[in-house]
Structure formats: structure tokens, C-alpha cells
Design a protein around this ligand. Structure first.
Ligand code: FE2
Length: 364
């Protein structure tokens, strides 16, 4: 890209609105190995919400719950259940990012604001993307505190070890049928992203269900947002199931990178994280499709890790089951050995596995 309309250096944080932030924080500590960083709530002067901040290498999660029934977080949670509300992006100038994106057609979420404490100043601003999801622009070049002004250090004695998660690889959004192009256009014209690739229902379908997807990426390729919409199939697709339970568009999954997926998945499984089931038959043909890889195939099979290859290399990936009560948001764990794609060769096996789960839920 000749000129980056919106320079973004990375994902600043991902904020979930949840029913019980205290318990969710414990889950991300114990199951995923996120480390406690900061806290805000009644003790810090907040009256309507409480937030826990956890971090693992470059991934920062914020878990926020409502303290009162009239809090906007309570309303959001009542409608959508637990889910990602904010995808925050690290920018050089949050005022400029707001001005430019709103001029190019973004719907404002909140005007630029400054927050200051003894560690400096953070400037943020916010715009809406699909559904009720918000991109917050975070300018933290003049701040060296733990997270944000208003947060205090959170230091529990309980600190399970990390699990090898390194950074956010991509974040996928599910949108309504017929809206994928509109959302892709938003990322192109408002955010200055380029389209990396698109998949149609011929690429992503099983006997029963189908979806379409376009992958949008920013100038330096650090931010990748695939956008999915359901396509017509014989039965209800996982995207429709998501839209039915989230009551509209929202973030479907966050892919977190590791450089040792065997160790990471072994660890996550031992800590009780549930992953999608991959049938043994998948491994009967995968060799022919992907050729030689460094990892031991028996170990990958035992851990149900999926493999795909593109012209740049290969990748290993696996998807958790939904991590809250509703069958909506989940995580992907991914290890890239050169490959820059998203596992197209696994789509069919994956969707058949999800259909099996839907069948159990009675939502296929
Ligand atoms: Fe993904």
C-alpha cells in the first residue's frame, strides 16, 4: 500500500463484557495462563463497573462486568451474553485517527478524551464497527503506567504460569447475511485496510452449511480482520447460530499465536480448555495435502491439531469450543511456520466438527 490512511502499530487490548468479571478473570488466569496486571472497581472510585486486566506477552485482555442493573454493561450483557465489546488499536495519534475515520464515514462511539495520572497521559477515541462492537484508538506514547489511569496494580498470590501465547494473530467478525461487503468496504474506505483474500461458499461449505469470508488487513499487516457472513446451506450454519445467540453481529474468535503449539495445546488441555473434536479420518489424508512438516504427526493427531499449507509455508491451528454459555465466541490457537493464510484446507473438517456440536445443541 502506497499510503497508510490509518497507521496502527498493533492490537492494544481486547475487552470483554461479561456476567462476572471476577470469575472470568480467574478462568483466563487458570485456564489460559494470563498474568494479572491491573484492576478498577469500587475500590478505585468506579460505581457502575469493575474491570480486570490480564496479559500474556503482547496479548492484553480486559474483563468488565456491571455493578448495577442500569449500567450500560448490564444492558449489553443482557442482550449479547459474554462477548468482545472493544477491539482496541494502538495508534500514534488518537485525535487524528478519530477525525480522519469519522470524516471518512465512521459512526462515532466517543470523542477523543485524555486521561492522566502520575505515569503520564493516554488519549483515546472510539468508533463503531460491525454490530455494537467498538474500535478504541489508544495513544499511549506519553504514558508508562501499567494499563490506564484509574487502574491499580492487581497482585493476587494465585499466578498460574503462562501457556506460550504470544500475540493476537487475527480477530474474526460475524455479520448478517448480505452485510459482508458493506463491512469490508468500511475497513477499506474508513480504515484504509486492503483485502487479502476472499472465500465464497464454494470454498467454505460442507454437505449442510456454508459461509463467505473476506480477510481485511491494515498497511503493516499486523491487524487482520476476517469478516464472515452466512451463506445458504441445507441447514443452519455456525454463523447463523452465532447471530441468533449473540443477537446480531459481533466478534466470533480471537486467534492467539504460539511458537510451540504442541506445548501450548497440551498445557491448555491439561488446564481444562475444551477444543473442537477432529476425527481420526482427518489425519489419514492430511499428509498428502500438506507434505513434510517438522512436528510429529502422531502427536498432532493425539492433540487434534489441524495442519494446512500455502505457497509460503505451513500452519498448525486448533479452535476451542465456545468459552461462555451461549454458542458464540471462541478462541483459535495458531502456529505459523511461514504460512500467511488462515487454514482454508481445514475449513471443511472444521465445519463438520462444528456441525457435530450444533447437532448436540439442537441448533443445526
Ligand atoms: Fe481464524
Amino acid at each position: 500500500m502506497s499510503q497508510d490512511l490509518l497507521p496502527i502499530s498493533g492490537t492494544d487490548y481486547v475487552e470483554f463484557y461479561v456476567g462476572n468479571a471476577k470469575q472470568a478473570a480467574h478462568y483466563y488466569q487458570s485456564a489460559f495462563g494470563f498474568q494479572p496486571v491491573a484492576y478498577a472497581g469500587l475500590e478505585t472510585g468506579l460505581t457502575d463497573r469493575t474491570s480486570y486486566v490480564l496479559r500474556q506477552k503482547k496479548i492484553t485482555l480486559v474483563l468488565t462486568g456491571a455493578l448495577t442493573p442500569d449500567s450500560p454493561i448490564a444492558a449489553h450483557h443482557k442482550l449479547h451474553g459474554d462477548g468482545v465489546k472493544i477491539i482496541a488499536l494502538n495508534v500514534e495519534d488518537a485525535r487524528q485517527a478519530f477525525k480522519d475515520t469519522v470524516n471518512r464515514g465512521a459512526k462515532p462511539a466517543f470523542e477523543p478524551k485524555e486521561e492522566t495520572d502520575e505515569n503520564g497521559t493516554i488519549v483515546t477515541s472510539g468508533i463503531y464497527t460491525y454490530g455494537e462492537t467498538i474500535h478504541v484508538f489508544v495513544e499511549r506514547k506519553n504514558y508508562n503506567g501499567l494499563f490506564f489511569p484509574g487502574f491499580i496494580k492487581w497482585e493476587p498470590d494465585f499466578k498460574p504460569k503462562e501457556t506460550g501465547l504470544l500475540y493476537v494473530d487475527h480477530i474474526v467478525g460475524n455479520v448478517n447475511e448480505g452485510e459482508m461487503d458493506k463491512v469490508a468496504d468500511f475497513y477499506r474506505t474508513v480504515m484504509g485496510f486492503d483485502q487479502l483474500i476472499s472465500f465464497d461458499d464454494k470454498d467454505i461449505s460442507t454437505e449442510f452449511t456454508a459461509l463467505k469470508s473476506k480477510v481485511m488487513a491494515n498497511g503493516n499487516m499486523r491487524i487482520k480482520f476476517p469478516i464472515n457472513e452466512p451463506a445458504r446451506g441445507l441447514k443452519k450454519s455456525q454463523i447463523e447460530e452465532y447471530l441468533d445467540f449473540y443477537i446480531g453481529p459481533g466478534p466470533q474468535h480471537v486467534a492467539m499465536a504460539t511458537d510451540d503449539i504442541i506445548s501450548t495445546i497440551s498445557d491448555l488441555r491439561a488446564r481444562g480448555v475444551d477444543f473442537l473434536f477432529v476425527p481420526d479420518t482427518y489425519y489419514e489424508t492430511v499428509y498428502q495435502r500438506v507434505g513434510k512438516i517438522n512436528e510429529d504427526m502422531e502427536t498432532l493427531k493425539k492433540l487434534n491439531i489441524l495442519i494446512d499449507r500455502d505457497d509460503k509455508g505451513y500452519l498448525l491451528q486448533l479452535f476451542t469450543k465456545p468459552v461462555q454459555d451461549r454458542p458464540t465466541f471462541f478462541f483459535e490457537i495458531i502456529q505459523r511456520n511461514g504460512a500467511e493464510s488462515f487454514g482454508k484446507g481445514n475449513f471443511k473438517a472444521l465445519f463438520e466438527s462444528i456441525e457435530r456440536e450444533q447437532e448436540n445443541r439442537g441448533t443445526l
